[in-house]
Design a protein around this ligand. Structure first.
Ligand code: PMT
Length: 225
């Protein structure tokens, strides 16, 4: 039996990949399975929080006591997150496509005789940066994730300041750690003043620890105000 340490808190979690259509048959995507984000949504719900999970395409069942909203594209994910309204804690675990087709085709692209195909891409909105914007409705704690192949902690720390989130959870992607689709992960939590590595843990355990730490932080902030 888990104590209801998060009762009374509203939590938004994004998870999974986004799919950006090329044509009705094809899309651009990435390797996120949704497992880490779903584990975090489940852990918050088990701790008594009121959880909304905005999920890109995955094959995972909705965790118990979690309100799940299905989306496909980054733009839909942004819209769904806005609709959720104000929350105490936001955790952006989704691997959002940075780019989408400038215009996706209404018809299947034909192979034709050309040896090359040029696709024109435009930048997607940044959901984490939008949620982190200062203002009365900003969550008291915003947590981003970053999967990096090089200079993992430096790149992740840079994303924390650029996107204005409170914590960034960095995971390295290399021969030792390939978090996509796996049940285990190695993460480093970076906040304004500290860097803490949790090596080789099940995603569910990472979720449980993150919930503990997030709830403690939010409760100590609000008790001073
Ligand atoms: O889903 P799993 O198979 O369990 O794998 C978990 C994971 C590896 C996907 C997860 O742990 C993870 O690291 N997610 C973030 C992946 C990533 O590379 O994010 P990013 O570096 O592109 O973006 C950084 C942060 O900004 C993320 O919080 C992301 O949600 C957010 N972002 C990015 C782009 C964008 N347009 N909008 C965003 O909100």
């Amino acid at each position: 039996e888990v104590a209801d340490i998060a009762s009374g808190l509203r939590v938004l979690v994004t998870a999974g990949p986004t799919h950006e259509a090329i044509d009705p048959i094809r899309y651009i995507a990435n390797r996120s399975s949704g497992k880490q984000g779903y584990a975090i949504a489940a852990a918050f719900a088990q701790s008594g929080a009121q959880v909304t999970l905005v999920s890109g395409p995955t094959s995972l069942p909705a965790p118990e006591d979690v309100a799940r909203i299905h989306v496909t594209t980054a733009e839909e994910m942004l819209y769904a997150c806005r609709q959720v309204g104000s929350v105490d804690i936001a955790v952006c675990v989704a691997a959002v496509a940075d780019w989408r087709l400038e215009t996706s085709s209404a018809h299947k692209l034909k192979k034709g005789d050309d040896e090359r195909l040029q696709l024109s891409l435009v930048k997607n909105p940044d959901i984490l940066a939008m949620i982190s914007q200062p203002g009365p409705s900003r969550p008291s704690l915003v947590i981003g994730f970053a999967a990096e192949t090089d200079d993992i902690q430096q790149n992740a720390a840079q994303k924390r300041t650029q996107k204005n989130c409170d914590w960034i959870v960095a995971n390295g992607v290399d021969a030792q750690n390939a978090p996509f689709g796996q049940d285990d992960n190695t993460v480093t939590i970076i906040d304004e003043t500290s860097t803490e590595t949790w090596p080789g843990l099940p995603k569910k355990e990472i979720a449980a620890r993150l919930v503990q730490r997030a709830v403690k932080t939010v409760r100590s902030r609000t008790s001073h105000s």
